[in-house]
Design a binder for this molecule. Structure first.
Ligand code: URP
Length: 362
């Protein structure tokens, strides 16, 4: 079986691990067993008709005496590009709006409060090519571009917060490009934006050819349903590079920060007309590799949902009680026991050009 063909790790476990052992295998791999979320039949039917994977899970917490549960439903959407990469730019954008818009409608049927799309969702992940045209034409204003206006409509129509990661063109600053997640509130206001901070320089991820390290810092968006308690990580990454890291990355972040994390990956293989090299002595090629989807949600107690498909479009709905964040923080105390003053002091020294590492030798 090729890495492009298998549907998901979970499916393999279900098919080949005997029922008696499966529960224990799942406990070790995924943490505490999550209840399946009861999804409306209309949503299930729509997902079948529109050919995408639909899954729903519930992260429960313990009842508290002084706080009511703070329940939020998030929706993670992963999707293939709709048109070939050499179709006209506007047609590609509009086809993606249509596809993702239909999936958001299903998310609304499932009662989703916040939806997040994959990284650079309005375009192919063309940064592998190093070509400027036509890819830079996909860049739009974060405040009033075509895609933000589309997301505003979705947010208002479904009373849903929309996290929309786009290639941003910043006209005020000389047309600079950024990789930006735009956050639209459920009222349809652009609440703000967060520009990608760490631009990878690995494999065919030639993103630094296109946009700069973000300058928005680490804003937290207080929506009608949450403060800094859910981190959305819209991604695009391929099997041969990162798949063994994927299942632990978001879980690590959730555990270390006592919060929920949502890891969203692109899906499918994208082909480009002009071949490109990877600078590794191997032959030039026309595709980036397989984006393996597998989007999932992780909780502060280290539990995680099963992933969406590796090969199909999908919507993952996760219901979470945000009270779990403080419950886990009070148990493990990572934030309380962190030595932030010490780290700050050491970091201040470590970034100096004449820093001498504290290495003790015999
Ligand atoms: N989209 C993106 O920056 N990918 C880099 C590779 C990875 O994070 O696995």
């Amino acid at each position: 079986m090729s890495e492009k063909d298998f549907e998901s790790l979970e499916k393999i476990l279900e098919t080949y691990v005997p029922e008696a052992e499966r529960r224990e295998v799942r406990r070790v791999l995924f943490g505490k067993e999550l209840k399946k979320l009861d999804l409306p039949q209309s949503a299930i039917d729509a997902a079948v008709e529109q050919d995408f994977d639909l899954k729903g899970y519930v992260f429960e917490s313990s009842p508290e005496q002084l706080r009511l549960p703070r329940t939020v439903r998030v929706g993670l959407i992963q999707n293939k590009i709709v048109l070939p990469t050499d179709a006209p730019v506007l047609e590609q954008i509009i086809a993606l709006h249509k596809r993702v818009g239909e999936m958001v409608e299903v998310a609304a049927m499932c009662g989703v409060n916040i939806v997040c799309f994959q990284e650079a969702w309005t375009m192919p992940f063309a940064f592998c090519t190093r070509e400027r045209e036509p890819w830079t034409e996909f860049a739009e204003s974060a405040e009033d571009g075509l895609t933000t206006r589309f997301c505003i409509q979705l947010a208002k129509k479904y009373n849903m917060v929309v996290v929309s990661p786009i290639l941003e063109r910043d006209e005020i600053h000389g047309g600079t490009l950024w990789n930006t997640a735009v956050v639209v509130s459920n009222n349809g206001n652009v609440l703000g934006k967060s520009r990608k901070n760490h631009i990878p320089r690995v494999g065919d991820f030639n993103e630094s050819t296109y946009y700069m390290e973000g300058n928005t810092g680490h804003p937290v968006f207080q929506t009608h349903v949450n403060g800094a308690e859910i981190i959305f990580n819209p991604s695009a990454t391929v099997g041969l590079l990162s798949e063994p890291m994927w299942p632990i990355e978001a879980r690590n972040a959730a555990i270390a920060n006592h919060c929920f994390t949502c890891a969203i990956n692109r899906v499918g293989t994208e082909y480009f007309k002009n071949e490109f090299t990877s600078g590794d002595g191997k032959k030039a090629h026309n595709d980036f590799g397989h984006f393996y989807g597998s989007s999932y949600v992780a909780a502060p107690d280290g539990s995680r949902s099963p992933g969406l498909s590796r090969t199909r479009d999908g919507l993952l709905v996760a219901e979470m009680d945000l009270n779990l964040n403080r419950q886990v923080a009070d148990k493990w105390n990572f934030k309380m026991t962190g030595r932030y003053e010490m780290y700050a002091e050491e970091l201040k020294k470590a970034v100096q050009h004449d820093f001498k590492p504290n290495i003790v030798k015999e």
